[in-house]
Write a protein of this length. Structure first.
Length: 143
């Protein structure tokens, strides 16, 4: 069970990220999670949105270079040690983590992490076996 992460290349200049977010809000796209990785010339904005298809279409229309990557959205208790437990499960299971970032919801006592791993199916199997829930794309829009 994966969610669609949209990665957008944005020029690393003052105001360019504001332009992107303004464009998204003009099209009523609601970001659920956001991460930015930067280099000297450009940044990669990774985001989870309420409607990945619509977002992909409007970004293409505006001339943005973007891609969609299946990632895991993992739900865990919002308490110390929960992330450690998830990461230990995956590591013990031989699943390599490429990167991760958090996102917030209005749901109390629950934390969410976006995980990019080298093998989504194996990671989901390990997490499910250990009682950790992954969130599907449809559920993202409702969070």
């Amino acid at each position: 069970m994966t969610v669609k992460q949209i990665s957008v290349f944005v020029e690393n200049k003052a105001g360019k990220l504001a332009e992107l977010t303004d464009y998204l809000q003009q099209h009523e796209i609601d970001m659920r999670a956001l991460s930015i990785a930067e280099s000297e010339d450009f940044g990669i904005v990774r985001m989870i949105v309420d409607d990945a298809y619509k977002t992909s279409c409007v970004l293409k229309e505006a001339g943005y270079v973007s891609s969609i990557t299946p990632v895991l959205a993992v739900e865990m208790p919002d308490k110390p040690g929960s992330l450690f437990q998830v990461l230990r499960m995956l590591g013990d299971g031989g699943v390599n983590l490429d990167y991760m970032y958090a996102f917030l919801t209005k749901k109390e006592s629950t934390a969410y992490m976006v995980l990019r791993v080298e093998n989504n199916e194996k990671a989901v199997e390990i997490l499910k076996k250990n009682g950790i829930h992954t969130v599907c794309q449809d559920a993202i829009a409702k969070l």
